[in-house]
Design a protein around this ligand. Structure first.
Ligand code: DGY
Length: 326
């Protein structure tokens, strides 16, 4: 807010108590005169909203998120309205949450917490909440952009996990890091980690004890994890999603979790947020949190600053700081 005022903007803040605004509400907020909008991922920026913004004299839209699947970019482009997002500032925070979900799911932390709070603990037992060890197992990442790589480094360095990555593009700097880390382990008299780039998601899935999704949501990745691909994973695997909900077919996932009690998942995102598909909340082998991967004080401040800088730049006729770059 202060940043926008300092940039000579008159700021109108939406005061609706609704968490999710309808397009009708957003059109009415845009009104007849609006130079730019700072919006968020719960909004559906389609042709209707970009047309309303254009009619109001809008020069830009800034998305308070790195993901921009809520923005129909062609509708913005054909109206000459640039769009900004918030890459970079949430990489480590998002990766940390994905790592937290991985550990919580593998070691059944939430189930055990619920058990304790219910006063059910009667004493140590060899079979109580037995989960999966990550050390020296294999982690797979689908999407090796900034967040995927940061997550991979946490598991490779923290748990000496072997790594398989799938990304349409080879990542030479990342591969150099993986080689270097292997050499470092060797220099310590330890086994080096092994890594490889898979040619396809199908190749990656059966090899991995943990699979974490870090791809963007588009027509190629919607329901990427469908019933057939879930069935390619190990029965004891952990599936993590801190990317976008629709990358997983959630109905198929619920069935898979119910049929395979040793299969675990950690989810930050859901297909129809804020809703969950029926049955998911009843699966003890799912750790579920409400889209909080970037929710650290530091990161939310960084996102706010970047989103405000983007909109201030656009309304003052400068190029956006970060345009569609994730
Ligand atoms: C993003 O920025 O895309 C996250 O999902 C929300 O922080």
């Amino acid at each position: 807010m202060q940043l926008l005022v300092a940039a000579d903007c008159r700021v109108e803040v939406c005061t609706s108590p609704d968490v999710i605004l309808s397009n009708e509400q957003i059109v009415s907020l845009i009104g007849h005169k609006c130079d730019g909008v700072l919006g968020q991922l719960t909004e559906n920026w389609n042709h209707e909203l970009f047309e309303a913004l254009k009619q109001a004299g809008g020069k830009g839209m800034s998305n308070y998120a790195v993901g921009y699947n809520n923005v129909h970019v062609p509708s913005a482009t054909e109206r000459g309205i640039p769009v900004g997002n918030t890459p970079g500032v949430l990489t480590e925070t998002t990766a940390e949450l994905a790592a937290a979900l991985t550990l919580a799911a593998a070691r059944r932390v939430v189930e055990a917490d619920v058990f304790m709070r219910a006063g059910k603990y009667e004493g140590w037992l060899p079979t109580l909440f037995v989960g999966h060890l990550l050390q020296r197992k294999t982690v797979g990442i689908v999407g090796a952009g900034r967040i995927g790589q940061a997550y991979a480094k946490m598991l490779v360095e923290g748990h000496k996990m072997d790594l398989v990555y799938y990304d349409p593009f080879p990542q030479p700097a990342f591969e150099k890091y993986l080689d270097g880390y292997g050499k470092f382990l060797e220099s310590q008299g330890d086994e080096p980690i092994k890594w490889r780039r898979a040619e396809s998601v199908e190749e990656l899935l059966p090899q991995c004890d943990v699979v974490s999704l870090h791809c963007l949501l588009d027509d190629n990745t919607r329901h990427l994890m469908n019933e057939a691909r879930l069935n390619m994973m190990k029965d004891t695997a952990v599936l993590v999603n801190a990317a976008r909900g629709p990358v997983i077919d959630e109905v198929a996932l619920v069935k898979h979790l119910k049929d395979n009690p040793t299969f675990m998942c950690g989810l930050d995102v859901f297909e129809d947020e804020p809703l969950m598909k029926p049955g998911l909340a009843d699966c003890p082998n799912a750790v579920i949190v409400p889209h909080i991967a970037s929710a650290s004080l530091y990161t939310r401040g960084g996102m706010a600053t970047l989103a405000a800088q983007n909109v201030a730049a656009l309304v003052n006729g400068y190029p956006v700081w970060n345009k569609q770059d994730i």
